[in-house]
Design a protein around this ligand. Structure first.
Ligand code: FAD
Length: 393
């Protein structure tokens, strides 16, 4: 039986970062993963450029049943610490928008950096591992795999969530938590496109490809970003962001004219171009294909601007700024970037990430009920929670 100080399950962002820190402390550390290579999600993240952190990351950018839980880890290993590491490796990066930092060249730069850090610290990595059983015997964890039994003092679960099953996602971490009597909160797909009701699909499918800046609003939360009509429903950053807050059955309110004063615009247009057709003016506020669709749906009547009165302008304002969709669901884990819910943070110490009632068992990264917004926050949680656990495991 092989003996280790620390075994980390999952060679993703959180697992690798934790292993590096543990090995730096002199702990004999092994990372086991079911895939053929390390950091598979990192490689495909951010469109292949990995949005590795966000300059403005703060606890307010995360969802969790206990919003205070993430504070400790985020403050002990911050975005600035990770940026310093990226700079140390000479990886070129840029801010795309809203503090989101991406590699200039490729996400592979981040994976290579992690591999080098693992090599320097002496982390061992076992790939294509099928972990069949985990038991706790005489204060140590025993892992049975096809390659034999391994034993360790500290077991760190960094196996991620359920998104992208074709990239190796499994429910392993949730099942293991339950095996040791820890509560797992219900999970659902997050940062995911929303899908049409059949009736809306028939109407809006035709304008798939239309993109516009909007404010998306569900459950008293708003995101002002871009939205995209697709064949299946709605996507784009505004929709991915709001999908974390939207629940089946909820309305989704969309302001098609985000940042614009529709009433002031139409009143001014009316004065300057009284003979102009209403649809021509509206096409200056929102994409023409969307205007044509709203007209086809008879949601407004095309007429010269001079025919509008204050009431009809107010109605148009409401139509454009408070359009209500009723999505019937999400595209699910097949395309979701993250999994909401997971191991209940009440079961873990926020200082160490260790299970309160199971000594030596740690949970980090996405498997924990802490989920970030779109924009580099999820990797920051992986780095921060991994780093913290790496100091204690
Ligand atoms: P993961 O990265 O999911 O790693 C878990 C590892 O555990 C995997 O390698 C998996 O194969 C392995 N594993 C699972 N089950 C087992 C098992 N039974 N046995 C052994 N190994 C197992 N976040 C950002 O901040 N910025 C981005 O640009 C970004 N882009 C994304 C793009 C896409 C397409 C997706 C899907 C996600 C993106 N995310 C992004 C989210 C981010 O990738 C995750 O939040 C982050 O990878 C979570 O890290 P983790 O280490 O907890 O889990």
């Amino acid at each position: 039986m092989q003996q280790w100080d620390v075994i980390v399950i999952g060679a993703g962002a959180a697992g690798l970062f934790c292993a590096i820190e543990a090995a730096k402390r002199g702990r004999k550390t092994l990372v086991l993963d079911n895939g053929k290579r390390i950091g598979r999600k990192i490689i495909m993240s951010g469109g292949g450029r990995c949005n590795f952190t966000n300059m403005y990351a703060s606890p307010a950018n995360f969802l969790s049943q206990n919003p205070h839980f993430c504070k400790s880890a985020l403050s002990r290993y911050t975005q600035w610490d990770f940026i310093a590491l990226v700079q140390q490796y000479g990886i070129a990066y840029h801010e795309k928008t809203l503090g989101q930092l991406f590699c200039d060249n490729s996400a592979k730069d981040i994976v290579e950096m992690l591999q080098q850090e693992c090599d320097k610290a002496g982390v061992q990595i076992g790939l294509q591992q099928d972990i069949q059983q985990v038991s706790f015997v005489d204060g140590q964890y025993q892992l049975t795999t096809a390659q034999g039994v391994r034993q360790c003092h500290s077991l760190v679960i960094a196996s991620g969530g359920l998104s992208l099953p074709n990239l190796g996602a499994t429910a392993f971490g949730f099942q293991l938590a339950e095996q040791f009597g820890l509560k797992v909160l219900p999970v659902r797909a997050g940062l995911v496109p929303l899908t049409w009701q059949p009736s809306d699909k028939a109407v809006f499918e035709e304008i798939s490809g239309v993109a516009l800046p909007v404010t998306a609003d569900a459950n008293d939360t708003q995101f002002p970003e871009d939205m995209l009509f697709t064949h299946r429903g709605l996507s784009g950053p505004a929709i991915l962001q709001i999908s974390n807050y939207w629940q089946p059955g909820d309305e989704l309110r969309v302001n098609f004219a985000a940042g614009q004063d529709v009433t002031a615009f139409l009143t001014e247009q009316q004065q300057q171009h009284p003979a102009q057709e209403l649809k021509t003016s509206l096409a200056r506020l929102i994409p023409k294909r969307l205007v044509d669709k709203l007209l086809e749906l008879q949601l407004f009547q095309n007429q010269p601007l001079k025919a509008l009165n204050a009431k009809s302008i107010a109605r148009l304002d409401e139509l454009l700024t408070q359009y209500v969709f009723k999505p019937n669901g999400t595209e699910g884990y097949r395309t979701a970037e993250v999994t909401l819910g997971g191991v209940d943070t009440n079961e873990l110490s926020s200082k160490t990430m260790e299970a309160k009632k199971q000594p030596g068992l740690y949970f980090i990264g996405e498997v924990v009920d802490v989920t970030g917004w779109l924009g580099g926050y999820n990797f920051q949680w992986a780095w921060s929670s991994g780093w913290v656990a790496g100091q204690y495991c």
